[in-house]
Each structure stands twice: as structure tokens, then as C-alpha cells.
Design a binder for this molecule. Structure first.
Ligand code: 1GP
Length: 264
């Protein structure tokens, strides 16, 4: 049951090798600034807009931002919910996500059960996502009661990402935490890329084209940036990030072809 937005993302990844998505935190913007960010980011080649933030409590604020973005651009708007309040009827799709390394059942399946009937009622496209928090000190880790993956333990990120895939989630998100001092390390991205087949999203602390390039070269299919565009020249910054994504695709080493084998 792959919906329109998911198909769109998969097609863009197939065509371009990797893509950039712009995240807007409704708590940090007005409707006017959200539509301006979306417009500039779209002109610079971002491929979708995500809307959400770890501390969002007001659905009406979220609704206004989503509506403003929808009025301005034609790119898909995907919700990135921190809780049940992160569901807006005006979006196109929702990352239907479980915080894989949370210690609290509320963030594994509790909020999802509360939110699912609303997702159905609003006709939102739900895209199943395994969300894995990496590193230390992020708001998402505190709010989501995560036991974050240490930077030097890629094998743990692999274990959670694989578990997400085997549970049927169609995307994996390695989250370094919004505004993190350092992005998710390339070693972790590489290790997860080598083990899972589903598209890999990486975000948190990516501020430069060079950091986007490194993440994509290591195997990210989607780069998400939020903080860095708020308060900067959105058009130029997103262009830099999109160029970084393209450079990362060009810099990837081709995978060793696997010789065809008979079925025994
Ligand atoms: C946060 O991964 C996203 O959930 C984006 O992080 O705000 O640091 O870009 P930044």
C-alpha cells in the first residue's frame, strides 16, 4: 500500500540518487515565514517539506503552518510528529514512526495507537518509519525517553535499523538531534547502509553542503535539515545543501556486483 507521497519520494531517490528535505518547526516560524522558507527551499531544489518539532504542543499552530506551506508550493508536506498533537488534517502524509530506541512504550506504540484513528479520519498517507536516535543531549532524546546510540557503537544503530526493517517499516531515520553539535557520524551511516535495504534518512546537526555530501556519500538517501535555514538566506543555504547532496551521490563508490546464484 505505497501511497502517492511515498512513491514520489522513492522515484526522486531513484532518479537523483539522494534528495534533500526541508524541516520546518512550527514553533519557530509564523505562517508568513513558513511559506517564505518553503518557497525559497523549493526554488533551490528541496524535494519535500516536513513539519514538526520535539516540543510542539499546539495543533492549531501546526495547522496554520501546514496550510500556509500548502498554499505556497506544490511539494508534498509530510508531518514529522513528536506526539499526537503533531497530526494535522491539512498535510499530505505523515511519517508514521516509532522511536525504536525509546525506553517508554508510549513512544514505541502508545502515541501511535492514539494517533492512528485520527490519521485514518483525516485520510493522511501513513509512511512507516523506524526512528533511531543517535548521540547525546538532544531534545528528542529527552522527550522521547530514548537510550541514544553512542557515536562509537555503529553496530547498535545497525541492530535497531535492521529490526525496523524486519518489522516492516519502509524507511529508517538516523536522528542526530535538532541542532546537534555534530551530525550522525559517517561510520554509523555506512554501517547501517551496508545492512539495511530500505531508504535511509539522516538528519540532525547538518549545517553545510560538505556535511550533506559526507552523509550522502556514506549512504544516506534523504538528508533533512531544519535549524540551519531558520534565520539565514534560505535560498542560498538550501542550494548549498542540495549541491552537497549531488556531490555525495557522485562520490559514492559503486557497490560490488553480486554474481547471480542459483536457488538451492
Ligand atoms: C531534527 O533531524 C532533524 O529532527 C533536523 O535537525 O534542525 O539540526 O537540521 P536540524
Amino acid at each position: 500500500m505505497i501511497g502517492r507521497v511515498e512513491r514520489y519520494l522513492l522515484d526522486r531517490i531513484k532518479e537523483e540518487g539522494a534528495i534533500h528535505i526541508t524541516l520546518i518547526d512550527p514553533e519557530d516560524v509564523t505562517s508568513a515565514s513558513a511559506s517564505s522558507i518553503a518557497e525559497q527551499a523549493s526554488l533551490s531544489g528541496t524535494k519535500a517539506i516536513m513539519v514538526g518539532g520535539s516540543t510542539l504542543a499546539s495543533t492549531s499552530q501546526l495547522d496554520e503552518v501546514v496550510k500556509a506551506v500548502k498554499r505556497t508550493i506544490e511539494l508534498p508536506v509530510i508531518l514529522f510528529p513528536n506526539n499526537v498533537t503533531g497530526i494535522s488534517r491539512y498535510a499530505d502524509a505523515i511519517w508514521f514512526m516509532s522511536l525504536m530506541n525509546s525506553l517508554d512504550p508510549y513512544f514505541l506504540t502508545g502515541a501511535q495507537a492514539l494517533g492512528a484513528p485520527l490519521v485514518k479520519k483525516y485520510g493522511l498517507e501513513a509512511i512507516p518509519l523506524g526512528y533511531v536516535v543517535v548521540g547525546e543531549g538532544s531534545a528528542v532524546s529527552v522527550i522521547g525517553r530514548a537510550s541514544p546510540i553512542p557515536y562509537d557503537k555503529p553496530e547498535l544503530a545497525v541492530a535497531y535499523a535492521l529490526a525496523a526493517q524486519y518489522l516492516g517499516m519502509r524507511f529508517v531515520y538516523l536522528e542526530g538531534g535538532s541542532g546537534a553539535r555534530q551530525p550522525v557520524p559517517a561510520e554509523i551511516i555506512q554501517a547501517v547502509r551496508r545492512s539495511v535495504d530500505v531508504p535511509l534518512i539522516v538528519g540532525g546537526g547538518i549545517r553545510t553542503g560538505e556535511q550533506a555530501r559526507q552523509a550522502v556519500e556514506a549512504g544516506a538517501d534523504i538528508i533533512v535539515t531544519g535549524n540551519v535555514i531558520e534565520g539565514s538566506d534560505v535560498r542560498a543555504k538550501v542550494q548549498e545543501l542540495v549541491e552537497g547532496v549531488k556531490d555525495g551521490v557522485r562520490g559514492r563508490k559503486p557497490a560490488n556486483p553480486v554474481p547471480p546464484q542459483g536457488f538451492k
